[in-house]
Design a protein around this ligand. Structure first.
Ligand SMILES: [Fe+2]
Ligand SMILES: [Fe+2]
Length: 142
């Protein structure tokens, strides 16, 4: 991982290892997708793999956070869960679109760039806006 990428990850560190590992796995997939695009491989295989990974990831990761929020009676749980649901929908929509295009052999690198860009920005913003606050609360109450 590049220095810049590592620096950004440090800023987003929650100090809760299960969740940090999951965030890191997400970013590593995005880095992989970006590299595949830069290498001029079109990113098609990588895009399909990334989307398959993400569909499992949204389940596992969001459940882990929501479990923690319930355990600690976190007051912001409803808003936070709503954001998770919206994102899971975005992932499902991208996946459906990519599968559809893939069947017709029409997955383009434009789609891969769009996916990479939107999803990565979402997670970065979400961690800053919501996960960090949740982590502060959880660590303070345990
Ligand atoms: Fe998270
Ligand atoms: Fe979250």
């Amino acid at each position: 991982m590049e220095d810049e990428e590592q620096r950004v990850l440090n800023e987003l560190n929650l100090g809760i290892s299960e969740l940090d590992d999951q965030h890191q796995a997400f970013f590593l997939h995005m880095v992989g997708l970006r590299r595949a695009l830069i290498d001029g491989m079109g990113g098609r295989d990588k895009l399909m793999k990334t989307l398959r990974f993400l569909q499992g990831w949204v389940q596992d990761h969001f459940q882990a956070e929501e479990r923690l929020m319930r355990t600690h009676n976190y007051p912001g749980i409803l808003v936070h869960r709503l954001e998770h649901e919206k994102f899971a929908k975005v992932v499902a929509e991208f996946s459906a679109k990519a599968r559809d295009l893939d069947e017709r052999g029409e997955v383009t690198s434009f789609l891969a760039v769009e996916v990479e860009h939107k999803l990565e920005n979402w997670l970065t913003g979400h961690i800053k806006k919501m996960d960090l606050k949740m982590a502060e609360f959880v660590k303070g109450s345990s």
